[in-house]
Design a protein. Sequence first.
Length: 155
Amino acid sequence: MSHRNSRTRSKRHVTKHRDMRSIRKVVFGIIVVTVLGLAVYLLSSSLESKTPPPAENTIDVSASMGGFDKDVIRVKVGEPITIRLTSQDNQYHMDGGGKHQWAVDELDLNVIAPPEGSEWVTFTPAKPGEYTFYCDICCGGRANPTMQGTLIVEA
Ligand SMILES: [Cu+2]
């Protein structure tokens, strides 16, 4: 009788121990997932902050819900130029989530700045002309006169 009792007890003990092991596995799994998630997050955010473009021949364009800070941008044929677009709006903006765009269809240029961040494109204009740049993300899109301007490529 007493022998049976002790067996039951030890069996129960083993079961408890197993429970602890499976809890540990779950906790370990949660930690692994958390650490991996954090690593992926840090990696992707470090990829986002690329090295800044060369200071030389960079034109800064700022965009907010009020429009671009420049109506006219002048560049020269054959000279490499970087357009750096910065969004002044934060991610909580209902309209476009704080993103803005700087696009010129004819030159196949399309830059989208993240909320309160910058994105840029470097290109070399091949021929003189006047082109419309625009943002099609916010404020009624490219139909909005404040969300467009003229890129002038001078000879
Ligand atoms: Cu915009």
